[in-house]
Design a protein around this ligand. Structure first.
Ligand code: TYD
Length: 212
């Protein structure tokens, strides 16, 4: 991938942090400013990725945690090769609703899959498409789960699972303070969006207008 590529922003957090509302608002802001962007979600946003998403979220079949991990990795690899790289080459701002940290937090810290192994698999699946900045929305799991109100395979898991995922995310953030910025997701939507934009602007360098 060429050095002068677009920027990659990932959004992370447990269920019901308002992550999707905030990504949509950021996209609207980018559109209004005439900044070209690509919004993608994980798992999904590629044909195979969406099929894998159905299995992961709604299949009645029993999946081991390891098999679950591998499916997330397959979806990531497909997405990176089919969508992320092209969008970055186009110099788009690429916004990812979840990315590699989710597998470390959910499958690693949440479900006990070997974190070193997940890191290796993530590195293979991401290639050079590593997030420039990651925004972690942090909220207490009971608040998040009530807000989310959905009922897929992950939301059905017990509260201590969600507590482990949250603590996992905070550990990942502590280990990557330059890349990961934490936002308290219990604040109101507008002030959270202000912070999201501030973080975005700290990494976004608009193309210089040539002086004559
Ligand atoms: P989604 O509907 O995208 O949830 P949300 O709106 O909260 O992002 O469902 C994705 C679910 O998959 C979510 O519960 C988190 C989980 N997940 C993992 O367990 N590991 C992963 O690597 C990813 C990307 C998601």
């Amino acid at each position: 991938m060429s050095k002068k590529r677009g920027i990659l922003l990932s959004f992370e957090g447990i269920e019901g942090t308002g992550k999707s509302t905030q990504t949509r608002r950021l996209c609207k802001y980018l559109k209004d400013k005439g900044i070209s962007y690509t919004l993608l979600r994980e798992p999904g946003s590629s044909v195979i990725g969406e099929q894998i998403r159905d299995i992961l979220l709604f299949s009645k079949g029993k999946l081991s945690y390891f098999a679950e991990t591998l499916l997330f990795i397959v979806a990531r690899d497909q997405l990176r090769r089919q969508k992320i790289e092209t969008a970055l080459e186009k110099k788009d701002v690429v916004i990812l609703d979840r990315y590699a940290d989710a597998t470390i937090a959910y499958q690693g810290y949440g479900s006990g899959v070997d974190i070193n192994l997940i890191n290796d698999l993530n590195n293979r699946a991401m290639g050079d498409a590593i997030a420039d900045v990651t925004i972690l929305f942090d909220v207490d799991p009971p608040i998040g789960l009530v807000r989310s109100g959905r009922n897929d395979r992950f939301e059905k898991r017990k509260m201590d699972f969600h507590e482990r995922v949250r603590r996992g995310y905070l550990k990942i953030a502590k280990a990557n303070p330059k890349r990961i910025k934490i936002i308290n997701a219990s604040e109101d939507v507008a002030s959270i969006q202000d912070k999201v934009r501030e973080i975005f602007l700290s990494v976004f360098k608009p193309r210089k207008v040539r002086q004559h």
